[in-house]
Design a protein around this ligand. Sequence first.
Ligand code: SF4
Ligand code: SF4
Length: 143
Amino acid sequence: MSEIKPIRREDLKPGEFLCSYCTARCCRYFALPIETPTTWTDFDHMRWYMIHGKTAVFVEDDVWFLVVFADCVHLDGHMCGMYENRPNICRTYNTDDCEYGDEGVYDKFFETAEQVWEYAEAVLPPRERNEANALGLPVLHGV
Ligand code: SF4
Ligand code: SF4
């Protein structure tokens, strides 16, 4: 696979395509909005997502998203191997506000189940030991 030298968006010449300078970042994950977690059970569900690995949760403008990092099976190097038949969501995505050159900065970003749990402990009222036991939730800090 040939090495790709990144370019700044503003340095793109007429007729050039930004995707030619990208490692297909947008084809290597998908993200779905999820309900805003408000209970220990909600956060326990998030913890379950995270322990599968290759997942993350981020929050942008108060909307929570689950991210699954997985290359599209139709990636051919850094190019789309099914361009003519690609899904509509790929067709409607464009380079105007894509993540090219993005630093990946979000309002909130959780990479591990432990981070999710620490956040839950910070924002939710302390749970009773009975409640935690009933849900089968861990009592990490002896609440
Ligand atoms: S749309 Fe953006 S992120 Fe996706 S391949 Fe093109 S430049 Fe890269
Ligand atoms: S179908 Fe093509 S454009 Fe869509 S995610 Fe897969 S490789 Fe990327």
